[in-house]
Design a protein around this ligand. Structure first.
Ligand code: GDP
Length: 205
């Protein structure tokens, strides 16, 4: 289990498969490069960006799913650790940002849907809700997507949200972390922070 967490009463976490752009998004949110040069195959730890004065921490949890050169059991363990972390700190976590690769997410979800299989993204989305962590789906890499509305509606459908996607501004946020166009995510997160009575944290989003 991860033992690195600073003891803060409020937290926002980023979860998602590897390579969806979580580190890029983390840099965009915090304005800092907090990655610790982790490579596949190395035991992965969360990256915490800690604001002591605000009693607030943003945490980029390790990516899971397919990674070149990482054995299946390691990948599964990472996912289990991520889920446990969120369960354990659910009371402090105000928002769970589920980051998807907008270009690849639908194909990946459909490839992993079946009688005995629920796609990671779908599983995590419902898991966040089950533990009362507000989920925001950051659909990243939208700069690579042409059929934006179709893609976002497909994602909604798979997550059990009735399309059109524009009905879910607090939940579905199309962004491009690399280009720095993340306003829909900031708006969604601020909405949840507001509901939690934490307008003071708007400075970060
Ligand atoms: P992580 O494994 O989820 O932390 O992913 P990274 O942040 O390392 O990003 C994985 C790759 O996706 C890198 O090559 C990034 O430059 C690229 N990437 C991240 N965000 C975007 C984006 O918004 N658009 C595009 N086109 N590429 C992105």
């Amino acid at each position: 289990m991860f033992e690195t967490r600073p003891d803060r009463s409020s937290e926002v976490v980023l979860v998602g498969r590897s390579n969806v752009g979580k580190s890029t998004l983390m840099r965009e949110i915090t304005g800092h490069d907090v990655s610790t040069g982790q490579r596949p195959g190395v035991t992965r730890e969360p990256n915490h960006f800690d604001w002591v004065s605000e009693d607030f921490v943003v945490t980029d949890l390790p990516g899971f799913g397919f990674m070149d050169g990482v054995p299946e059991e390691v990948r599964e363990r990472i996912k289990t650790d991520v889920v446990r972390y969120v369960e354990e700190h659910a009371d402090e976590i105000l928002v769970g940002i589920l980051v998807l690769d907008g270009k690849a997410a639908v194909d990946i979800m459909d490839r992993h849907s079946g009688p005995d299989e629920v796609p990671h993204a779908v599983e995590l989305f419902h898991f966040l809700r089950d533990v009362d962590v507000e989920p925001v789906v950051a659909v990243n890499k939208m700069d690579k997507v042409d059929d934006e509305d179709d893609r976002l509606n497909d994602i909604c459908e798979r997550l059990g949200l009735v399309p059109p996607w524009q009905q879910w501004p607090e939940t579905i946020a199309p962004i491009s972390a690399k280009r720095g166009t993340v306003e829909p995510l900031n708006e969604a997160v601020r909405e949840h922070l507001h509901e939690a009575g934490r307008d003071d944290l708007f400075q970060f989003f």
